[in-house]
Design a protein around this ligand. Sequence first.
Ligand SMILES: Cc1cc2nc3c(=O)[nH]c(=O)nc-3n(C[C@H](O)[C@H](O)[C@H](O)COP(=O)(O)OP(=O)(O)OC[C@H]3O[C@@H](n4cnc5c(N)ncnc54)[C@H](O)[C@@H]3O)c2cc1C
Length: 478
Amino acid sequence: MNSGEKYKKRLQDGRNVWLNGKKVQNLVEHPSFKGTISTISSLLDLQKHPDVQEELTFETPNGNRTNMAFLFPQQKEDIFRRSRAFRLWSGATFGVMSRVASFYRSQLLGWYLTRDHHKEIPGYSEKMKNYFEWVMDNDLLITAAGHDPQIDRSKNATEHGDDIYTAARIVGETEEGMIIRGAKMISTGAPYMDEIMISSHKKRTEQEKGYGAMFAISANTPNVHLICRESFASNLKEDYPLSYRFDEMDAVIVFDDALIPWERVFIKDDAEAMWKIRNDPFTTAISLHETIVRLISKLEFVAAIGNDLAESIGVHQYQHVQAKLAELFMQVETIQALLLSAEHQSKEYGGVWAPDVNPMVTAKNLGMKYYPRAIGILQQISAAGMLQTPSRLEELKGEIGPFLQKYYRGADRDAQERIQLLKLSWDLVGSPLGSRHELYERFYAGDSVRAFAAQYLEYDKRHLYDKVQSRLTSTLLV
Ligand SMILES: Cc1cc2nc3c(=O)[nH]c(=O)nc-3n(C[C@H](O)[C@H](O)[C@H](O)COP(=O)(O)OP(=O)(O)OC[C@H]3O[C@@H](n4cnc5c(N)ncnc54)[C@H](O)[C@@H]3O)c2cc1C
């Protein structure tokens, strides 16, 4: 059985996936999921392709081949090795599949490699080791959820009325494990994943102790429900080429007194420890590495579409359009330069390497601004052109075909080619999937206000103070 088939089999494990008010009975065949499942299966099969196997995978100490995102960077070259794999992997889906692209696999690697920094947390190091090695050896897919449901953000988790179990919280303990009740949002890709890591993205107060747990669940854990948003998948391959195969889905995770076995509970009742692990600089750098490579794939895809759109209607000759296209190229080059800077300035952290965190954080934060701007540029270049398409591409062959051939052609291409380009553009810019992507890039790593403020707070400002000091005291600098 190939990897894709094995993956499909793994999904048939009784997980509670809810869509349109019903529990999904056959995820693999369900029209809202099957396109994306087929994409993930093909990616997993790609790992075994002789042309790219060496680049995408490596052999674990137990002799299993697994995804390069799990590779321990023991030397600087390993950072470049990981980068090449991320590029190939994310490039295969134009950067629009984030969870399959290993963001959380890399984060888990970071936690594993830094596990001994947290010896004060009972059992953490050993449990993290066992869990990571199991995920790595089985090449499992993993996502995460770390936010409380968005009910009233001005209050902490204990203040949502009488029910303190709104945000996921420990409700009890047994010999086998702890019981969790409440919800977590938003988990991208949850229905497609093997594993979901639950933690807290927020610094908990002392009263919120019970909410500061960190644990891992398999997607089919009893009494865990994955409540999906509306599906953006389309079965119209030609009209929605991205929605057809790349709807990653987002879900809220509800714990209805779910038992989490002790071996999967990494932190319990320890807000400080949770926060320390969340902000570990090595883990931040190692996980951002993957997501920045993915961002480059995505920005390149947008730039390619922008360039083609302009040429297809002959507006690439106008200076303001050229300036806008140049802005798309600058975005790609800037993030690429930051990536190279981070990789070349990789640092050793006690025997393991990670890219320099400063350029990584800068690239992540710029990405939050770049992507919405890039989408805006596509709209400005194409204007109403994106609506000058028939409802279905197949109409070109129908009764109305001759009108379409005449009125829907482009400056340098026939109607079919122009309509295909516009439908692809619309799927990236205007379809529900496209809008979700804009929201994703704005928010997937936190909101920009707090992300920028965090960069200010964490930035090493000593050299800036020194500069002012030397200017005040030096007589040579006028
Ligand atoms: C498409 C998509 C996919 C995602 N996937 C995942 C995932 O897989 N796993 C995961 O864990 N998370 C995921 N996220 C969640 C993401 O991390 C959050 O959206 C982000 O951190 C912002 O939190 P929020 O959405 O709860 O917004 P809120 O925190 O509710 O913010 C709403 C608004 O209020 C403002 N605000 C709220 N509180 C404050 C404050 N204290 N100070 C200043 N301003 C404030 C914000 O700036 C924002 O404008 C995803 C998000 C999106 C959009």
